[in-house]
Every structure is written in structure tokens, then in C-alpha cells.
Write a protein that binds this ligand. Structure first.
Ligand code: NAD
Length: 418
């Protein structure tokens, strides 16, 4: 199912705004982005022809620091989608208490049909088009759907050419040689693992809790490896072709090898299950790590897990979320469970700005500390206000943005009065 991400973002803001009794001007600022850049991006194809596609960069909020968020290349990218995603990034960075705001960018293009040189031409052209509105103190892009370290290296290089000086801190998710951070590849999984372990302990789940993971890509496969190494039993995993189930626990390194060799986890030994069956399997922890809108109302009725950790962005629809809450199933919301990536992106930006290089151990330790602190904050606010973790996350994140907006307005008022 495709989720209307702009609608979801506005619902997130409104849920928090009601609890925080926000007035009109706060709501107006939160509902609309601070800056919206819509550009036409020309690029040269390998046959010499020139094509033009629409591109966007949205800074939703810089009240707490430079805007931060990924860049997606996808035929379905729209201004509304990018704006919704930028809004959710503001909530995520605030919840994680990072010195950053929220942003997002994208190009409406199908990159699957483009060669490497066409992709480079497109990415460099996009960078020139938005160069005036990005920068380490302004708005810092990162990878998202269909973009990776190659694209980020091109953006950093092109931005340096436009501005006349090298500036690695303009983007994160770069290759290590271009100033990337150690630990960025596994950051989303590592962050999710920390909150899953801590929440499982809170809920009194067994140390060998049964885990089901939907999606076996960057987030899902790393997470499966980490949780299995921690002693949890990963009893089922899936990819776009289906899933496999073994109630005694799968041999995750062997499943990774099978997927690398045959292209899908379904070639591995175990009972084959469909995506719907996978979500309804007996387990303690369910981790959607694939798609937006993967858990709708009918699936929510069938879930047997006591804990859901949203490694994917927006995997539960609003209706599913209400059903899960009524059924007493704890959901660690995406703004926390998938925040490891942006947290290590923030570390990369800090290292670039300070000219530092942190070790993998330093990155892992600082990530763990951030995730633990954010989870503690979430449980505290949820219990003090009798909220679900998702609503508590909105209240905390939006509350922090509002504090920063108030500080900014107060400073402006003081300046005028003096
Ligand atoms: P990926 O492309 O590496 O992996 C996605 C996986 O989902 C693949 O294994 C794919 O086969 C599988 N999949 C697709 N359709 C499926 C279906 N119908 N049923 C089961 N599996 C299906 O992507 P990723 O980077 O792992 O991201 C996964 C999710 O996590 C996305 O929602 C993404 O936005 C979110 N996320 C990722 C990061 C990150 O750093 N990678 C950060 C934050 C959030």
C-alpha cells in the first residue's frame, strides 16, 4: 500500500499539537516547510541527448540546527511527498536530541534505466540547481531510496566546485575516502537493535526471544545478524519474493549466503511463507524493515508479537496502529527505531566540521548512548502522560522544535526592543 506521507506528517504534528495545546502560529510554522526549492534538472544521456526532470529540496525546520535528511531518486517523488518526509525528519532529529532540523530532497526519475555516467550527470546537475540552499550550516543531504555513497561523493565534489572550496560536511553518507564515517552502513540496524533489546527487557521477554523480520536488505539483514548474535532466535525473515520460517531459529549467516547466491531468502531451507503469513507468525518481536504501509488493519488483527519495532519508515497505517494499541502490543515508532542512520549521519557531519575521525568503537558507543537516552525519554513521557510510544515520540519531538521556535522568536523580539 502507498501511504500519503504528507498526510501522515500532518497527522503526526496535529497529534502532538493537541497534546501540547499549541496555538495557531506554532501550528502554521510546523505545517509548512521553512524553505521549499523546486528545480528543473537537466542531464546528458549517453547518446548526447539532454533530458529534464523535476527535483526538490525541502528544509522543513532549521529551528534546532541545519536541516538534515535524505535524497531519493524515484519516479513517484512529488513535492508533497518530499515535504512530508522533511517534516517527519524534523520530529526524528528533535526526538534524538540532535543539533539538527529536518529536510528531504528528491528527483522524479527512474534511476534503474540510467547508466553510471547518466546518474553522475543527473546528480551533479541537481547539486548545482540546489547549491544556494544547501551547506553544512544550512541543509545537509544524505542517501535515501536509490541513492548511496557514490551519489553523496558526487554532491560533495560538485558543491566544492560551485563554492570554490572543498566542503565534505555538505552531505553525509559519503564513502570513507571522501570523509564518510565508520559505522554508517550498519547504523540503522545497530540503533534498532539497541532499542529492541532494551524494550524486550522492559517487557520481560525471554533472552532468546523469537524474532520475525520483514525485509532482508540493508536494515533487515544487518539486524538479523546482530540480534541472532545477541542470542535471540530469528525464526523468520522475508524479502520481496516471500519468506522462510524455522521455529527453532534460522542460521542467519547461511541465509545471507543463500540470498547472495540465489537472489532470495526463499531458496534457504525452512518452511516457505507469504508476506501475510509471516506477519502473523508466533513470535515475541516483529520487525517490519521493508515497506511503507506493510501492516494494515487486517494484518494488525493477526499479529502475535508483543513488541513491534518499526525499522522501516511508516510501516503501520494509522488504523493498524490503533488496533495494535487496543490489543496491547507495544510499538517502537519509526522516528526512534529507524533513527540510527540519521544519528550516525550527524556524527559524520560533526567529524567533518571538527576535522576529526572517530573510531568504529567511538561511533558505536555514542550511537548506543543516544538511542538509550531517547528510548528512556519516550517511556517516561508515555507513562507520565498515558500515551502510546508513538504519540509520546510526537509530543517529545514537536515539543523540542516548539521550544527552539520560541527561543528564536524571543531573541528576535529582544533585538527589536533593544
Ligand atoms: P533495502 O532496499 O536495502 O531492503 C529492502 C528489503 O525489503 C529487501 O530485502 C526487499 O526484497 C524487501 N522487500 C521489498 N518488498 C517486500 C515485501 N513485499 N515483503 C517483504 N520484503 C520486501 O532497504 P533498506 O535500506 O533496508 O530500508 C528498508 C526500510 O528501512 C525502508 O523503509 C527505509 O526507509 C528504512 N530505513 C532505512 C535506513 C537505512 O539506513 N538503510 C534508515 C532509515 C530507515
Amino acid at each position: 500500500m502507498t501511504i500519503d506521507l504528507h498526510k501522515l506528517a500532518l497527522e503526526t504534528i496535529d497529534a502532538a499539537a493537541d497534546h501540547l495545546h499549541l496555538d495557531g502560529w506554532h501550528r502554521a510554522l510546523l505545517h509548512r516547510p521553512e524553505r521549499l526549492t523546486a528545480v528543473q534538472v537537466p542531464y546528458t544521456a549517453d547518446d548526447g541527448s539532454v533530458h529534464v526532470v523535476p527535483g526538490y529540496r525541502v528544509a522543513h525546520s532549521t529551528a534546532r540546527g541545519p536541516a538534515k535528511g535524505g535524497t531519493r531518486f524515484h519516479p513517484d517523488v512529488t513535492q508533497e511527498e518530499v515535504t512530508g518526509l522533511a517534516t517527519l525528519m524534523s520530529v526524528k532529529t528533535a526526538l534524538m536530541n540532535l543539533p539538527l532540523g529536518g529536510g528531504k530532497g528528491g528527483i522524479t526519475v527512474d534511476p534503474k534505466g540510467l547508466s553510471e555516467t547518466e546518474l553522475e550527470s543527473l546528480t551533479r546537475s541537481y547539486t548545482r540547481s540546489i547549491a544556494a540552499n544547501i551547506g553544512p550550516d544550512l541543509d545537509v543531504p544524505a542517501p535515501d531510496v536509490n541513492t548511496d555513497a557514490r551519489h553523496m561523493d558526487w554532491i560533495a565534489d560538485e558543491y566544492g566546485r560551485v563554492t570554490g572550496r572543498p566542503c565534505p560536511g555538505v552531505v553525509t553518507g559519503k564513502s570513507l575516502t571522501a570523509g564518510g564515517s565508520l559505522g554508517r552502513d550498519t547504523a540503522t540496524a545497530a540503533g534498532c537493535r539497541t532499542v529492541v533489546r532494551a524494550s524486550a527487557e522492559r517487557l520481560g521477554l525471554p533472552t532468546d526471544a523469537r524474532v520475525v523480520i520483514q525485509g532482508f536488505g540493508n536494515a533487515g539483514a544487518h539486524l538479523a545478524t546482530m540480534l541472532a548474535a545477541d542470542g535471540m532466535r530469528v525464526v523468520a525473515v522475508s524479502d520481496s519474493r516471500g519468506g522462510i520460517h524455522d521455529p527453532n531459529g534460522l542460521d542467519i549467516p547461511a541465509v545471507i549466503e543463500t540470498k547472495a547466491t540465489h537472489g532470495s531468502v526463499t531458496h534457504h531451507a525452512g518452511e516457505i511463507v507469504t508476506t501475510e503469513e509471516l506477519l502473523a507468525l508466533p513470535c515475541d518481536v516483529l520487525i517490519p524493515a521493508a515497506l511503507e504501509g506493510a501492516i494494515e488493519a487486517p494484518e494488525a488483527e493477526q499479529v502475535q508479537a508483543r513488541l513491534i519495532a518499526e525499522a522501516a519508515n511508516g510501516p503501520c497505517t494509522s488504523q493498524a496502529d490503533r488496533i495494535l494499541a487496543d490489543r496491547g502490543i507495544t510499538v517502537i515508532p519509526d522516528v526512534l527505531a529507524s533513527a540510527g542512520g540519521v544519528t550516525v549521519s550527524c556524527f559524520e557531519w560533526q567529524q567533518n566540521e571538527r576535522g576529526e575521525r572517530w573510531t568504529a568503537h567511538q561511533v558505536a558507543e555514542r550511537l548506543d548512548a543516544r538511542m538509550d537516552r531517547a528510548l528512556e525519554d519516550l517511556w517516561r513521557v508515555a507513562s507520565e502522560r498515558d500515551l502510546t510510544l508513538r504519540t509520546a515520540a510526537c509530543v517529545l519531538g514537536v515539543g523540542r522544535i516548539v521550544e527552539a521556535l520560541d527561543r528564536r522568536e524571543l531573541a528576535a523580539t529582544d533585538e527589536l526592543a533593544s
